[in-house]
Design a protein around this ligand. Structure first.
Ligand code: MD3
Ligand code: FE
Length: 208
């Protein structure tokens, strides 16, 4: 379903087997060095979501090749199989033409424990207008998709469940968005996951 121009939601895009494989990979990526970390904002606050970066390291508000605000290690490489999966996602939602020129080089993996949330923001550190691919695992959440002007209304709330795909292209790439809540205990038991994991795949546009 297209919830806004360029913003396409595909419920249940990953089957349980594919979800398990992606989740296992996320758990590997979370290991140190350059593993899962809590992001500290310039105002001194901490994000409740914990993050691991692949390809390029995101920090508030920029990208680097090393974990400049953590253990200092080189960022883990961007995995080619994840890039191939994201390209399939773009093909399925925005078409083969868009997919053919889609060359992602960044993934941000967000881990939501119970009570974690993400405030309304825009992703503007990337130097590319290419689509962002989002894959959800574990607990259901409310995803809030806002407007390009400000963090406030109008917005549309959508429930994202494990296995859901969301692709944000065109004008939607620059819209405000956030995750106001998750629903603890809603993950399928077979996943063995307490909480929620979200994988976003992006194009940095920084060159090599
Ligand atoms: C729309 N993550 O990592 S995924 C983020 O569920 C982020 O962890 C949320 O917002 C999460 O920056 C939401 C959906 C998403 C991700 C990136 C976008 C929507 C987007 C970038 C541009 C527009
Ligand atoms: Fe975001």
């Amino acid at each position: 379903a297209e919830i806004a121009p360029g913003a396409v939601h595909v419920p249940g895009w990953l089957d349980t087997q594919e979800q398990l494989r992606l989740l296992a990979a996320c758990r590997e990526w979370a290991k140190p060095p350059a593993g899962l970390r809590t992001v500290r904002m310039p105002n001194g606050g901490q994000m409740s979501v914990r993050t691991v970066c692949l390809g390029w390291h995101w920090y508030p508000y920029g990208y680097a090749r090393t974990v400049v605000d953590g253990d200092g290690a080189p960022v883990k490489p961007f995995p080619a199989p994840l890039g191939a999966l994201a390209r399939r996602a773009v093909a399925a939602t925005l078409g083969e033409e868009e997919a053919a020129r889609y060359e992602p080089d960044i993934a941000l993996v967000n881990f939501y424990g119970h009570g974690a949330r993400m405030g309304m923001h825009r992703d503007k550190e990337e130097r590319s207008a290419a689509p962002v691919v989002s894959l959800s695992l574990g607990d259901t959440c409310t995803f809030r998709f806002g407007n390009t002007e400000n963090r406030g209304r109008p917005w549309t709330d959508v429930e994202l469940r494990s296995g859901d795909l969301f692709v944000f292209g065109g004008p939607s790439r620059f819209a405000h968005h956030g995750v106001p809540r998750t629903f603890p205990g809603t993950a399928e038991p077979v996943l063995g996951l307490r909480g929620r994991v979200n994988v976003t795949v992006r194009v940095g546009g920084f060159g090599n």
